[in-house]
Design a protein. Structure first.
Length: 390
């Protein structure tokens, strides 16, 4: 064969091999592109399940005012996303007034916790709820309840004493009986509990819940509660005082709701007149719970008596000072009952009443305060007294 022809044949064979190789690469590439799996696409809509309550248990009574709230984590169909847990606390189940809100990142341990970082109101039933937030998506709420520690306090501007655990933040004098879970029973007119108020306030409220009040009772002007500007003397010697009474036998008249306030001038007391007092005879039932309140300003006093905290109002009267005086004591001492009988022998504490949930504050009584307590029951003496009447 001629050399030129041999060289042409060689070139032809090399070119054929090259084309075969290129085609093979093209086929392989097409095959790989067709058969290789693609990365999974994320769902366009995030779906979250509701977390579940782990602790505290439903309506659990706690021994703290800073509980730790714990939930079992919910799930997401987009597990790679960041999830936050929104915790809310309120004193009513409507959550219309949220007391506390916090957002906590999801724990990888399977449960997420929130340690409450401020003191909650004691002796109070709290409602709490939690949901998951992921981007703009929220889960449904998980809801629970718990009760904070049954304890009182006495601080500037606010005193609270539940009186249900056989303990008080005040000082007891005389013959009393602790009624477990119910309160403190004043066994005679010389018994009382006194509280040193650390701060004088010109306007405020003193209130408590009481049962065991009925027909008769200790003679005279039996005091349910009182405030004085001094200790160691009879009430009439005080320059500033408020006392609320449920009068007993010979009370002129018996079973009248009555009261008196002195706003700096003993000669110009603030109180209902005789006719108004005789029109305020109310036969209370010793088996029922009554809320007694006295609300004062520098120049006025209002007294309210209700059947329970949210029951019907039985008495509501306001009187104003008739002289240029005002409430401005140098010190304040609050009493369940009064120390008056110690010096006079009469017109002392309303005996046989059982008292709890005392509030003395520069602000109105908090509505949910004491909501952790069990319903107040009458004691056997009160029940027997009612049966004898009937």
């Amino acid at each position: 064969m001629y050399p030129v022809l041999e060289e042409c044949a060689l070139i032809t064979r090399k070119y054929a091999v090259y084309l075969t190789f290129v085609c093979a690469l093209a086929v392989a590439g097409a095959s790989c592109g067709k058969d290789s799996p693609s990365a999974p696409s994320q769902p366009s809509v995030v779906t979250l399940t509701t977390p579940s309550i782990e602790s505290p248990g439903s309506d659990e009574q706690l021994d703290t005012v800073r509980p730790t709230l714990k939930v079992r984590n919910g799930t997401s169909n987009v597990p790679s996303g960041s999830r936050m847990y929104e915790f809310q606390l309120a004193t009513e189940d409507s959550f219309s007034n949220v007391a506390l809100t916090r957002s906590i990142g999801e724990s990888p341990a399977g449960s997420t916790s929130f340690a409450v970082d401020q003191d909650l109101q004691p002796t109070t039933r709290y409602h709490w709820r939690v949901r998951i937030n992921q981007g703009s998506t929220n889960s449904s709420w998980a809801v629970g309840t718990f009760k904070t520690r049954l304890v009182g306090y006495n601080k500037a501007g606010a005193l609270y004493d539940p009186l249900v655990n056989s303990e008080t933040v005040g000082r007891i004098s005389g013959n009393i009986t602790w009624m477990p879970g119910q309160g403190i029973r004043m066994n005679d007119q010389w018994a009382y509990v006194v509280y040193d108020i650390p701060q004088v306030f010109s306007s405020g409220e003193i209130s408590l819940e009481a049962t065991g009040l009925g027909l008769g009772g200790s003679p005279g002007k039996g005091r349910v509660f009182s405030i004085l500007d001094r200790l160691g003397t009879m009430a009439s010697s005080a320059k500033y005082s408020i006392n609320v009474q449920y009068r007993g036998v010979g009370g002129a008249p018996d079973n009248a709701i009555a009261w008196k306030a002195i706003l700096g001038d003993n000669n110009n007391s603030v109180e209902p007149d005789t006719g108004e007092r005789y029109g305020a005879v109310v036969i209370l039932d010793p088996a029922k719970v009554y809320l007694f309140q006295a609300i004062w300003t520098p120049t006025s006093v209002r007294v309210v008596v209700k059947e329970s905290n949210f029951g019907p109002t039985l008495y509501d009267r306001t009187e104003y000072a008739h002289s240029p005086t005002n409430w401005n004591p140098a010190a304040m001492y609050a009493f369940i009952g009064t120390n008056n009988a110690t010096y006079t022998g009469f017109d002392g504490t309303r005996e046989a009443m059982i008292v709890r949930n005392l509030w003395v504050g520069a602000t109105p009584r908090p509505g949910a305060l004491g909501s952790a307590l069990q319903p107040l029951q009458s004691d056997p003496v009160a029940r027997n007294f009612r049966s004898a009447r009937n």
